[in-house]
Design a protein around this ligand. Structure first.
Ligand code: PBG
Length: 330
């Protein structure tokens, strides 16, 4: 980059001298339109249950869901992501509750779609909330997650969710080939307008702990997910993942986790012309939240953390701060 002159005729602080000018020259902005709000649902009635490792986030019983959706619409949040906390007695090794048309997610989708059309509904496709071993797919006899058998189930899970009114199918399982198979099945069944948000670059991360508490998959999880989620030492491999998923028909792609992976967001953004979403995951949220609670950092760190995603090139951000920051942005 060529520089034009130097101090003292150049003073970069001149444009920072007042708020009006900083606003005028800001390169990135955050609006409620950028937010995706994750919501955890559970069985029961009239329940708003705190999650210890995710302070300020709750599991809600289904009767509370409409109020939350109205809140999201009022705050101009374009989409919510629904995650179920499946009771232990409904989990098994095949995660068959994922295909029950009366499971929590299906009930929530029907309930919301009956009355609200002005908000997008996104649902994960993966088996971890439903398996008793906590993995995203089914295991073969060696304990390895079987790719192709899992994809067959994920296709069924996707069709069921589309049938119930899901707008955006979000495979978060990292099986090979699932986006293409899901796209094919959706098209064959008249769901050609149902979108796919692929968790294309999802790392085997240590930042997912509180989420696993929230959906109840942590207590049961045997081993780690390194044989299907990406190795966090790699970035070129991320481009291969993205390119495959785009070819298979993904409408948008996700990079996950968020803040430790801003380089990956930028890399994807610079190499492809597809909308890229970032997931500020549960561990990141809890670190910031606890930092604020303990007076280590101040609350404006939240806005700063979200702007970082925009600067890196993200179109949208899945964040547990969505509810809070949407108000702040008004
Ligand atoms: C499930 C899934 C996970 C997250 C979103 N979907 C956890 C995992 O893969 O173990 C993590 C989200 C978060 O930590 O906020 N496949």
């Amino acid at each position: 980059m060529k520089t034009h002159g130097s101090y003292p005729n150049i003073r970069l602080r001149r444009n920072r001298k007042s708020s009006w000018c900083r606003r005028l020259v800001s390169e990135n902005n955050l609006s409620p339109n950028d937010l995706i709000w994750p919501i955890f649902i559970r069985e029961g009635k009239n329940i708003k249950e705190p999650i210890d490792s995710l302070p300020g986030v709750y599991r809600y019983s289904l009767d509370k869901i409409e109020t939350l959706i109205e809140k999201a619409i009022r705050k101009k949040i374009p989409m919510v992501a629904l995650f179920p906390n499946t009771p232990k007695n409904k989990k098994n090794s095949k995660g068959s509750e994922a295909l029950n048309k009366n499971n929590l997610i299906c009930k929530a989708l029907r309930l919301i779609k009956k009355n609200y059309n002005e908000i997008g509904l996104m649902c994960d496709v993966a088996l971890d909330p439903y398996t008793d071993h906590g993995h995203d797919g089914i295991l073969n006899k060696n304990g390895y997650v079987d790719n192709d058998k899992t994809v067959e189930i994920l296709v069924k899970q996707s069709l069921l969710q589309a049938e119930m009114g899901c707008d955006v199918i979000a495979p978060s399982d990292m099986m090979d080939g699932r986006v293409g198979e899901i796209r094919k099945a959706l098209d064959k069944n008249n769901f050609s307008l149902v979108q796919i948000l692929s968790y294309a670059v999802k790392y085997a991360s240590n930042f997912y702990g509180p989420f696993r508490d929230a959906v109840g998959s942590k207590i049961s999880l045997k081993g780690d997910k390194k044989s299907y989620q990406m190795d966090f030492r790699n970035s070129k491999e991320a481009l291969r993942e993205i390119s495959l998923d785009i070819n298979e028909g993904a409408d948008f792609v996700m990079v996950k986790p968020g803040m430790p992976y801003l380089d990956i967001i930028k890399l994807v953004k610079d190499n492809f012309k597809i909308p890229v979403f970032a997931y500020q995951v549960s561990g990141e949220y809890s670190l910031i939240k606890n930092g604020i609670k303990n007076n280590i950092i101040n609350e404006d760190a939240i806005y700063e953390s979200l702007i970082a995603f925009k600067r890196a090139g993200a179109s949208g951000i899945v964040t547990y701060f969505a509810d809070y920051i949407a108000d702040k942005l008004k």
